[in-house]
Design a protein around this ligand. Structure first.
Ligand SMILES: Cc1cc2nc3c(=O)[nH]c(=O)nc-3n(C[C@H](O)[C@H](O)[C@H](O)COP(=O)(O)OP(=O)(O)OC[C@H]3O[C@@H](n4cnc5c(N)ncnc54)[C@H](O)[C@@H]3O)c2cc1C
Length: 437
């Protein structure tokens, strides 16, 4: 089963693999949104002697497979960000992500990138009958981060999302959703038009220090570069241990239903108030939350679960279908036409790792499951630093390349996931949904 995104995109003719010996001022390893945002950010600053090396195809990784939610924040939740950094630096890092949401909107207009962008906001739906939890989140976002997430009473939410599962929600207006693969391909095309060289099917197999610079080796070529940016996400292996040891590849899954036509509004729709757009994307308050959104052709794109295992599409379809029916049993007979998984890269501290190691290699990894705006942040910060505009903000130094302990780390992560999911299941059992409509 092909991903919905791959099935609905026309890729431009392939970027040729790297062949022979070449040179560039900057070599970016990885053609996901972190790598390509860095390349485009450099080009926008007049640094066009840039080469991007991608092991497979542009957008092959998480950036071309994700849920398509674009909103502020990081994988580390805002309360923990505040605890770790204190009010000033936490707000500084959060604001970078809301600026990135705006920058992405601008790039969609400027280049222009046709990526089904739907500027309809995001609803955080409360899975638990605990209004205090939601109110605490609303206050935190308002008081510490300066953003208004609007409360949505349970009755209003239930008329828009036709399920008894939720106990109200919060509406984050400054958010949109889009076809991420079309966006990533658009960013690549904009970078290429500005002079950046992109090579697909060019896995970097070795990175070698050479005087003040580096030689980056692929199976059929080598690139001399003054700067190297490692941006291989959860897919990088055996090239640069310092970065790879600092992240764990964690899987999450997505599926798309058949087009539902008028049946879409049996689940999502019917605008009762002008306040909330019926096309808003939705996620919930559990640790391993569902995330879903209506697509322009009336499908529902549905994602969820986190696991250390990448699973086969038919297994993913079965698991996610069960999750869908738990919320919308009225869709029991819809067909699932696409199902796929992707790997995220997680640091133990759950924040992106953005900066430069003592040996001079730049890195942009660890975006976890909340990466669209943060990869754009990373691209801007690294491009500005490499172009000599300003250094990466100090606050990121608190989230370095701490070891993630490989197989042991994965086992520990799975234990944590199981514990958090059990905690959520127990909380749900104490206060079950009002009615399964
Ligand atoms: C299923 C899923 C759903 C998600 N949903 C959302 C969402 O709705 N909203 C959100 O904000 N975030 C979401 N995320 C997270 C987000 O997609 C990621 O955080 C983000 O895309 C990471 O981008 P990246 O460039 O770091 O990595 P990737 O996009 O994975 O790119 C890394 C690239 O590097 C290449 N590479 C690796 N090794 C080498 C090498 N040796 N040589 C050359 N190239 C190499 C890979 O082939 C890959 O193309 C989701 C992730 C997944 C998997």
């Amino acid at each position: 089963m092909q991903s919905f995104y791959e099935a609905t995109v026309t890729r431009p003719s392939a970027y040729a693999p790297l062949d022979g010996r070449r040179s560039a001022k900057v070599c970016v390893v990885g053609g996901g949104l972190a790598g390509l945002s860095t390349a485009l950010g450099l080009a926008e600053r007049g640094v066009t002697d840039v080469t991007v090396l991608e092991a497979r195809q542009v957008g092959f990784g998480a950036s071309g497979r994700n849920g398509g939610f674009v909103f502020g924040g990081y994988s580390l939740d805002c309360a923990d960000l505040l605890k770790t950094l204190g009010p000033v630096r936490a707000r500084e890092l959060y604001t970078l992500t809301t600026d990135a949401v705006d920058l992405m909107r601008q790039r969609i207009q400027r280049y222009p990138i046709d990526c089904d962008a739907t500027d309809a906001g995001v609803i955080l739906a409360n899975w638990f009958d605990e209004p205090a939890r939601l109110e605490a989140q609303r206050r935190l976002m308002r008081d510490s981060f300066g953003v208004d997430w609007e409360p949505v009473p349970a009755s209003q939410l239930a008329s828009q999302l036709k399920t008894g599962r939720y106990f109200g929600g919060l509406f984050e207006r400054n958010a949109f959703h889009f076809h991420p693969l079309k966006y990533v391909l658009g960013v690549a095309a904009a970078a290429a038009r500005a002079g950046v060289r992109i090579h697909e099917q060019s896995p970097v197999v070795r990175l070698q220090r050479d005087g003040a610079g580096f030689v980056v080796h692929t199976p059929h070529g080598a690139l001399d570069a003054q700067h190297v940016v490692m941006a291989g996400g959860g897919y990088a292996r055996k090239v640069y241990a310092k970065v790879e040891r600092a992240v764990l590849p964690i899987a999450t899954y997505v599926m798309a239903t058949e087009p539902l036509g008028t049946r879409l509004s049996d689940a999502i729709g019917t605008r009762l108030s002008d306040a909330i757009d019926t096309r808003a994307a939705v996620y919930d308050t559990r640790f391993a939350f569902d995330y879903y959104r209506p697509l322009p052709d009336t499908r529902i794109l549905w994602g969820g679960r986190i696991s250390v295992r990448d699973r086969a599409p038919d297994v993913i379809a079965r698991l996610l279908r069960r999750d869908l029916l738990k919320v919308y049993p009225q869709l029991h007979d819809v067909r699932i036409e696409h199902a796929w998984g992707g790997l995220m890269s997680y640091a133990r501290h759950k924040m992106p790792q953005i900066g430069r190691s003592v040996d001079g290699v730049w890195h942009a990894v660890g975006f976890g499951g909340h990466g669209m705006a943060p990869t754009t942040v990373a691209g801007e910060l690294l491009a500005a630093a490499i172009a000599g505009e300003r250094p990466v903000p100090d606050a990121f130094a608190a989230f370095g390349l701490t070891p993630a302990f490989g197989a042991f780390g994965l086992a520990a992560a799975q234990l944590t996931y199981t514990a958090m999911q059990t905690r959520d299941a127990l909380a749900e059992r104490r206060r079950p949904p009002r009615s399964a409509s």
